[in-house]
Write a protein that binds this ligand. Structure first.
Ligand code: AMP
Length: 446
């Protein structure tokens, strides 16, 4: 199958080929014709499957006709990073269309967003909290909305955004096309989908299967030897860009520092970073300034780095789904990748659960020449102990009790979060956090 079979608007078809896409991915093959028909869609797909283009392309196609400068498509996403990534996809795939997209999320100065919305936009990609602020202030006009996308609905639910989503839904035109994408379908998301989708078509791809191009291996090791083993692995592996997962923010930060000390260009992504530094870390990872990014699951959500060559689970994830999510970041779009998972004695049960989910045992590897016999250091030494921070909860938490905040690095967007004090700046080179607006602007590098 080729993209030409969709009969997309010629401007969009041209940008697809400029983006280098040749064959539609399975989710695109299924979803694009249905979305073009105007039907509601429930999409079960994880990051890495091409789901963004699966909704962005038919939306752009639709917006090519009709009034310009009116907000007709709204995408709601759980994190700033994902919002930026979706916006970038609209920019790339809408090149030459002169349609305008802006991102709307908290933690950055609101004024450039207000100005951009006032100037007229066609697409808004938003996180729920800041969007509600704009709705409350009357700085966004949703009366012309035709298409709503809820992306990574399960993640929004996990982060406690469901009440915000419901508030938004209550205030937007009921006559619209709604697309809901989620990697998993917990009962609450299913319930929401049944409430808000009209006669939806369900499209589903590889919900739990990891990309076939990824080769997995387990590296059994004692807790205190994880960092030396990681350094050894890095030394002997031909890595382009490595995404390393730790269980806690603290470990992400410390490991990032240790890798830097060892001479690697490494950054860590954890909750206590300012938006400026977070964006600098992400941009640096994307453009190759940083070869290694260390992150927790939540902080890494939404990262799209199609060139990731290796994913390392410094700490094993909490669930088999999280394992598939993590390693889904490598081996994307038919690129091959490696996933290394360090496992300790305590991880035996989780290893078994993951292997059961994958349907096959994972290969155990040892690194030749590595001294596995080094004794554990004193008890209080860094990383001698297993991680202790509370794990993220699957159930939505009461924001007023504050426990949701402890796992959410995206404070300003999180329900119950205190309003950001001083307005923060946006990404470097984008003064004042101004959302990027025009598709075919020559100011855009890509
Ligand atoms: P997503 O699942 O939307 O996060 O997309 C994963 C990655 O695949 C992104 O880097 C996209 O640019 C890329 N991608 C999406 N669709 C295609 C396609 N048809 N051909 C090649 N790459 C694609």
């Amino acid at each position: 199958m080729e993209f030409s079979s969709f009969n997309l608007h010629p401007v969009i078809a041209e940008s697809i080929s400029q983006a280098g896409y040749v064959t539609p991915t399975p989710i695109q093959q299924q979803a694009i014709p249905i979305v073009m028909e105007g039907r509601d869609v429930m999409g079960l797909a994880q990051t890495g499957t091409g789901k963004t283009a699966a909704f962005a392309l038919p939306i752009l196609h639709r917006l090519m006709n009709g009034q310009r400068g009116q907000l007709r498509a709204l995408v709601i996403a759980p994190t700033r990073e994902l919002a930026e990534q979706i916006h970038e996809s609209f920019v790339t795939l809408g090149k030459g269309s002169r349609l305008k997209s802006v991102t709307v999320y908290g933690g950055v100065n609101v004024n450039p967003q207000i100005q951009a919305l006032k100037n007229g936009v066609d697409i808004v990609v938003a996180c729920p909290g800041r969007l509600l602020d704009h709705m409350g202030q009357g700085t966004v006009d949703l009366s012309h909305l035709e298409v709503l996308v809820l992306d990574e609905a399960d993640q929004m639910f996990d982060m406690g955004f469901l009440p915000d989503i419901r508030k938004i839904l209550a205030k937007i035109p009921a006559k619209r096309q709604t697309l809901l994408f989620s990697a998993t379908m917990p009962p609450d998301i299913n319930k929401l989908a049944q409430e808000i989708l009209k006669d939806p078509a369900t499209v589903k791809v590889g919900n739990t299967a990891p990309p076939v191009t990824v080769s997995h291996a387990l590296y059994p090791v004692e807790q205190h030897l994880k960092t030396p083993l990681l350094l050894e692995l890095l030394k002997h592996t031909d890595t382009e860009s490595v995404l390393i997962f730790t269980r806690t923010k603290h470990r992400a930060k410390r490991l990032g520092e240790q890798l830097e000390k060892a001479g690697y260009k490494a950054a860590s992504l954890q909750g206590n970073l300012s938006q400026n530094r977070r964006q600098a870390a992400l941009d640096g990872f994307r453009d190759g300034t940083f070869q290694i990014l260390v992150a927790t699951d939540i902080a890494a959500r939404g990262i799209d780095v199609s060139l990731i060559s290796h994913v390392v689970n410094y700490d094993i994830p909490d669930t088999p789904e999280a394992y598939v999510h993590r390693i889904g970041r490598t081996g994307r779009a038919a690129k091959s990748g490696d996933a290394f998972t360090m496992v300790c004695q305590d991880d035996t049960i989780m290893v078994r659960t993951i292997e059961k989910k994958l349907g096959s045992p994972l290969e155990r590897r040892t690194v030749p020449g590595f001294d596995y016999s080094v004794a554990a250091p004193r008890k209080d030494e860094e990383f001698a102990r297993p991680p202790r921070e509370p794990r993220p909860q699957r159930k939505p938490t009461d924001p007023k009790k504050g426990n949701a905040l402890s796992i959410n690095p995206f404070k300003a967007d999180h329900p119950g979060a205190k309003p950001a004090g001083r307005p923060q700046q946006g990404r470097p080179g984008n003064a004042g956090g101004a959302p990027k607006a025009t598709f075919n602007s020559s100011r855009r590098g890509k």
